[in-house]
Write a protein that binds this ligand. Structure first.
Ligand code: MN
Length: 394
């Protein structure tokens, strides 16, 4: 297979790759130990749309913004968000319910022992489904903080049963075409047991919920050393993978920039997805979302770099010659098979990505162009009046 064919495959792959930005990634955040406000951080929904639009203008591959129901749509009205999306040239991506911040949820939300708390959580999910329908979103993406901190404190099977019933009820309210994504995470905030701790639990719950439910893989939500591409391959084979929350991690759910620690991990995930797509002759229909909150990096720059890195890794994966790889595997030529992945990973696709951007009227060097625009400085000046306001945490 020639380089030219590999490049053509990569360019075609870039044409169909979109990544969704998280509204919370533009707002002030922090750690358990403190908040780190930034002068240019977004405080209003309009500022979040404005900042996200910058990433799309310069990167050309991030046309959707994910919204967080409690932080972005507190009044439960769809119209203002719809108008903002339109005026900033973006689409609204997934709707994320918030079932972890309010005091009622300190012992869980949909799995909670108490009827009143579960009812409140269920009503919030129903409201998110209504908003997603009104905003013509593709999915409601559910992450629960539910769990417990001490052995004996929770009836694990009872909680599983309540959760399953709640997801069934939520699914029953979905209009056609709206998907329910179920995200998992091994620990944090609960440190003994988490109700949806891994992909197997998420898969069983999504299956039980109904045909429009899928599993969401957050790359930061695994134990160290876990083979995430194998999880992806299995979920694809079961037709139960809905999408991703991308971020990188070194220790736990670190929210580091995609590819900053282990770009080869993301590359291997993309290789599995593209192999499935080639085999099945259709896109896997996944949603690629960023779930990162940068406390220290400038937020728009960090999101722009993340989107570009994701594109580069996606393009690298597309340069793997699936037929040649299959032949090496069949003949058990281990070294040749692995070298195919290594070669595709190490080849520099940045010139190709520049070509792709220029063909779309985007700058060849988006970061330099964004910096030269002075947008961040202008935003900092215009947002000075927010300084004393509180920060949300994500
Ligand atoms: Mn996530």
């Amino acid at each position: 297979m020639t380089t030219k064919l590999a490049d053509e495959r990569a360019l075609a792959a870039l044409d169909r790759f979109e990544i969704e930005l998280p509204s919370w990634g533009f707002a002030d955040t922090g750690t358990r130990f403190g908040k780190y406000p930034q002068p240019a951080a977004a405080h209003t929904l309009e500022e979040k749309f404005a900042d996200a639009a910058q990433v799309h203008v310069y990167g050309g591959c991030a046309p959707r913004l994910a919204l967080h129901a409690l932080w972005d749509l507190p009044g439960g009205e769809a119209a203002p968000a719809r108008a903002l999306a339109e005026s900033y040239g973006l689409r609204i991506g997934s709707i994320h319910p918030n079932l972890f911040q309010e005091i009622e949820y300190k012992h869980g939300s949909l799995a909670n022992e108490q009827d009143a708390v579960r009812a409140k959580a269920q009503a919030h999910v129903a409201d998110c489904i209504r908003l997603a329908r009104e905003l013509q979103c593709r999915e409601v993406s559910l992450w629960l903080a539910d769990g417990s901190n001490y052995p004996g404190a929770a009836d694990i099977r009872g909680r599983r049963k309540r959760l399953e019933a709640a997801l069934r009820a939520a699914h029953a309210a979905l209009p056609p075409g709206l998907r329910l994504l179920v995200e998992y995470k091994p620990f944090e905030p609960a440190f003994y047991h988490t109700d949806i701790a891994d992909w197997g639990m998420a898969l069983l719950l999504a299956r039980a919920a109904g045909p429009q439910a899928r599993v969401l893989v957050d790359t930061g939500h695994h134990y160290p050393g876990q083979n995430i591409e194998q999880i992806v391959a299995w979920l694809l084979a079961e037709d139960m993978l809905g999408g991703f929350h991308f971020n990188d991690r070194r220790y736990a759910d670190d929210d580091l920039t995609l590819g900053s620690i282990d770009p080869y991990q993301i590359f291997r995930i993309f290789v599995e997805i593209q192999a499935w797509e080639a085999e099945n002759g259709r896109p896997a229909g996944l949603s690629y979302m960023i779930d990162q909150s940068h406390n220290l990096k400038p937020k728009i720059e960090a999101m722009l770099i993340t989107a570009l890195r994701a594109q580069e890794l996606w393009a690298k994966a597309a340069r793997v010659d699936a037929a040649a790889l299959a032949a090496h595997r069949a003949a058990q030529r281990l070294v040749d098979a692995e070298e195919m992945l290594q070669a595709a990973f190490w080849d520099d696709v940045r010139p190709l990505a520049r070509r792709w951007r220029e063909a779309r009227g985007c700058p060849a060097d988006p970061l330099a162009a964004f910096r030269a625009s002075g947008y961040a400085e202008k935003a900092a000046a215009a947002r000075a009046h927010h300084r004393s306001a509180g920060a949300s945490y994500a």
